[in-house]
Design a protein around this ligand. Structure first.
Ligand code: DP6
Length: 316
């Protein structure tokens, strides 16, 4: 138990998790489905520390008593072997922190995996996913590469609310990250989700929308129907943002560049390019396209970070 390390990829939801039925346990109102970002994720190394827990992110110490460090401490309480045992948690992330690019998801997933090996817990996949979910809901989907589905579950204790990987692979699929702003966001996804559920008159439509999204995504994945996959993911993201815009006060993560790029994507699509987007709780867009159009997309959006989710030789 000297030291243990683990890697977990970030993930982008094609059917979003937006709204909780239990905030303490991060139990979602709906199921969700994501795709993992291969080599973009977090590597966490654990050691024992003297006197207090110690956290480092990308080589910088995280100040004690910040929201982030108390979330980590709270998470670690479930694992502490005895009250005088302290953890040193050293995380290196290859995704921009708190920019709506799923940094907490891969962070808590990597931490859960590292704890499992550091403490020789031998937990099964469902237990690991349930524990990662306690850190951040979307973290329960970051334990695998490829497509991953999180079943909302029905139990009050959340023991049936965990993710599993889908067997289908889609090697031609590409995800492009277009980052307009990687600063910390003004309102966290956690707070935005809470406010939306409580105040948006559109939220009552959301569970049925996601149920339909999931059925359509499954057939798009089974049939390898890219137009259907892209259109369905884009519509789901826009529906989620509609619930935010109509919450009180309104939550708008869109920057002028976000909207201009959406319009450019719609224009390119009208000209025949198979290009779609999805967006999370931040201004950045994640583009969906096929390998055959990768060069054209890179020329059109020179700053894009293009990811091949199933080309895993570089992933850890
Ligand atoms: C918009 O998993 O960050 O990215 O459970 O409160 O930690 P907490 O929320 P979090 O929310 C992710 C929201 C989303 C959609 C998604 O990833 O499904």
């Amino acid at each position: 138990m000297n030291e243990a390390s683990a890697y977990a990829p970030a993930n982008i939801a094609l059917a979003k998790y937006w709204g909780k039925r239990n905030e303490e346990l991060n139990l979602p109102i709906t199921s969700s489905l994501s795709i993992s970002l291969n080599q973009y994720g977090a590597t966490t190394t654990l050691k024992e520390h003297t006197q207090h827990d110690y956290f480092q992110l990308n080589g910088h110490a995280i100040e004690p008593n910040t929201e982030f460090s108390s979330r980590l401490t709270q998470f670690l309480e479930r694992f502490r072997p005895h009250p005088n045992f302290y953890f040193e948690v050293d995380t290196h992330s290859t995704v921009p922190i708190a920019a709506g690019v799923a940094s907490s998801a891969c962070g808590f997933a990597a931490l859960t995996l590292a704890l499992n090996s550091f403490l020789d817990l031998n937990l099964d996949d469902a237990a690991l996913s349930i524990l990662a979910r306690r850190g951040s809901g979307s973290a329960c989907r970051s334990l695998w590469h490829g497509f991953v589905e999180w079943q909302a579950g029905k139990l009050d204790n959340g023991m049936d609310s965990f993710a599993t990987p889908l067997p289908q692979e889609w090697h031609e699929l590409r995800i492009g990250l277009l980052l307009f702003n990687t600063e910390k966001k003004s309102i966290s996804s956690r707070a935005a989700m809470h406010q939306t559920v409580l105040t948006s008159p559109f939220y009552r439509e959301w569970p049925q929308i996601v149920a339909k999204t999931l059925v359509t995504l499954h057939s798009a994945i089974d049939e390898k129907d890219f137009s259907l996959l892209g259109a369905t993911a884009e519509a789901n993201a826009l529906a989620m943002h509609s619930t935010m815009l109509t919450s009180e006060p309104s939550i708008c993560y869109w920057l002028p560049e976000t909207v201009a790029t959406m319009q450019k994507i719609w224009q390119l699509r009208a000209q025949g390019l198979e290009l779609y987007f999805t967006q999370d709780a931040g201004p950045n867009l994640k583009l969906l396209y096929l390998q055959q159009d990768e060069h054209l997309i890179q020329e059109t959006f020179p700053s894009i970070i293009s990811i091949a989710p199933w080309n895993l030789q570089n992933a850890q």
